[in-house]
Structures are given as structure tokens and as C-alpha cells.
Write a protein of this length. Structure first.
Length: 338
């Protein structure tokens, strides 16, 4: 079976993926930025020892043993953060399985950042999974916990449950109809954060946005999931209504998505940003049943392998910027013809 990011899930026409993460720190150790190298190593060793007992096919990998292109590819999949690979002063590792639906960052801002992922809208199932893994780890390691505040973290915004839930949503129709800024304001006013995954603001290349929960203290895990799920369902409804509105002018929407498809399928070179923009419209055309030449599986492959790190992983070599543009165009043709 293919990895989760190459699959479609519930409401995948709008919800690209779901993620839940838990922040934990180990009792008896300082917060990571106050730890010496020796203390950092002790944290790594303490966690490494329990990995064989966790199950789920998890493997411990020292970050120093991962090459730079693979690190970038993991960032592009949203499995690790850009900050995690940018700070070389701290000893780090990841715990990950072959499906890559579980990825634990060790010694990022906190000792443990446990993350679980899924395609589509699967927040409740992910919550059950992350709690199950967390309880297993908690049986073998002592967490920093306060009876008044809950789980303790480097940042005050992460204490309490230590849980944050998020979904990545594709909102091209809301952008095209001019209703996106209103939706963004509503989400922010409801106590959630929303940001473009390729940069801040409403003019986001690719029309992809991450909706995230903010509150970790004074709420239960179920309440966090319930709140973000409710908002996500409203966003799905509004995006689908906007798509129906666009389809009232069939010629215009067909012309728009097929122009994007035409450029993608015929270009001899294509930049990463142009590809993100065109892919947004191509995905919209595929989801609406307009573009018959593609299916969901091919769109998922295009979304993943046209990103710079994963493009280089695919071809198995380092490419400069101009070479990536040429190889990206080659790969697009190859995937379309599969």
C-alpha cells in the first residue's frame, strides 16, 4: 500500500491531510535549549532504548545520519519542521515508520514531539492513535507533569494537553470567487489559526492553508478535536458552494483548468512556484470531473514529486535550480502518461 500522502481520504477534494501532535518533556532533564551535549545525548539514549517496545514498525534514526536532500523531502511532506533541520547545535533524531504516518521529532523545541498523519479528514482516528502511542511511551518514560497545569513544555502555549490538531485544506474556489479573506477572518475569530503553508497572507501560491487549534490548556483532547472538526466542516461546505458557483459558467472554469493542464503537460521546464499554482487549478479541475486525463492518484504524485527535495529523491541525484525545472517538466509528463 502507498504512503498516506499518496492516498485520498475522507473529504479529500478539500481536506488534503490531517495531523495531530503532542508535545512532551522528560522528567529529570532540563528543557532542551538548556541541556549540555551530554544531557542531549542522554535524552536520545533514553528514548532510543524504548523504540523496539513501541511497535508500529517504528525505527530510530539519528538526524546526523540523514542526508540533506532526504531532510528537505521530509520537510516537504510536513513530517518534520524546517527549524528542526536548521539548528545544528542540538543533537536530534526522529522515530518513524515505513508508512510515515507516525513521525516523532526528538529534541526539537521539546524533548518529544509526537506526530500522526492521515490523508483527508481523519481527526478522531488520529486522536485515538496518538493517545495510544503516548500512553505506551508514558509507561516507559516519566513525563514532566504538573497536577495544576498538565504536561509541561518549553513554551507556555503548549502546556496542558500539549495537543495541537491541524488540517491542510485546498481552497481555490473561495480564492477565485473573492470570498477567501472573509473565511480566514471568521476562522481566526473562532480561536483557530489559519495560514498559507507556503507563506503568510491570502495570496498563497497553491491555495493551500493550514487550520490549527490554538488552545492546549483548560480543554480536553476531545474538545480540541471537536472544535477544529466543526470549523473544518464549515470550510468544506463553503469551498464546495464556491465550486458550484464557478461551475455555473462552465466554459470559463473548463477553460481555466485546461489552460493550467495544458501548460503543465507541455512545458519543457517549470519552476516550483509556477508548478504549485498550476497544480492547484489542475487539482480543482480533476476534483470537479472536468479534467479526464488525470485521477486522484496521479494528482497526489504530482503534488509530492514536483517539490524540489522529493524531485531530487525521485531522480536519485542532486540537481541545481535550472536542472530541477527541466526534470520537473519531464516528471510531470511521465506521471500523466502512466
Amino acid at each position: 500500500m502507498s504512503n498516506w500522502y499518496l492516498q485520498n481520504g475522507k473529504d479529500s477534494d478539500v481536506v488534503v491531510s490531517s495531523r495531530i501532535r503532542l508535545v512532551r518533556n522528560l522528567s529529570g532533564f532540563k528543557y532542551i535549549y538548556k541541556c549540555t551535549k551530554i544531557e542531549q545525548e542522554k535524552i536520545l539514549e533514553s528514548i532510543k532504548e524504548i523504540v523496539p517496545s513501541l511497535g508500529y514498525g517504528l525505527k530510530y534514526i539519528d538526524l546526523d545520519d540523514i542526508d540533506d536532500i532526504t531532510k528537505v523531502s521530509l520537510v516537504e511532506k510536513h513530517l518534520i519542521s524546517p527549524e528542526f533541520i536548521s539548528d545544528n547545535k542540538i543533537r536530534k533524531a526522529i522515530i518513524i515508520n515505513d508508512e510515515e504516518n507516525i513521525c516523532i521529532m526528538i529534541n526539537e523545541d521539546d524533548h518529544i514531539k509526537l506526530q500522526v498523519f492521515s490523508s483527508g479528514q481523519e481527526l478522531e482516528n488520529l486522536m485515538n492513535l496518538v493517545i495510544e502511542i503516548d500512553e505506551k511511551i508514558g509507561e516507559m518514560l516519566n513525563y514532566s507533569y504538573n497536577k495544576n497545569f498538565g504536561y509541561l513544555a518549553t513554551s507556555p502555549i503548549n502546556i496542558g494537553t500539549g495537543m495541537r490538531a491541524s488540517v491542510i485544506v485546498h481552497l481555490p474556489a473561495l480564492a477565485l470567487t473573492g470570498n477567501l479573506s472573509k473565511i480566514l477572518r471568521i476562522i481566526n475569530n473562532m480561536g483557530m489559526s489559519i495560514k498559507g503553508i507556503y507563506g503568510e497572507g491570502t495570496q498563497n501560491v497553491g491555495d493551500l492553508y493550514q487550520i490549527s487549534s490554538n488552545q492546549t490548556i483548560g480543554v480536553t483532547e476531545k474538545e480540541i478535536i471537536s472544535s477544529i472538526k466543526s470549523i473544518t466542516e464549515k470550510v468544506i461546505e463553503q469551498e464546495r458552494l464556491a465550486r458550484k458557483y464557478l461551475c455555473k459558467n462552465q466554459i470559463e472554469i473548463e477553460d481555466r483548468v485546461y489552460r493550467a493542464y495544458g501548460i503543465m503537460s507541455n512545458a519543457l521546464k517549470i519552476s516550483a512556484d509556477e508548478c504549485k499554482k498550476l497544480l492547484s487549478e489542475v487539482k480543482l479541475g480533476t476534483d470537479l470531473g472536468i479534467i479526464k486525463e488525470l485521477d486522484d492518484s496521479k494528482v497526489k504524485k504530482l503534488e509530492l514529486y514536483t517539490k524540489s527535495g522529493n524531485l531530487q529523491k525521485y531522480f536519485g541525484k542532486t540537481l541545481d535550480g535550472y536542472e530541477r525545472e527541466i526534470k520537473r517538466a519531464e516528471l510531470i509528463k511521465q506521471i500523466i502518461k502512466e
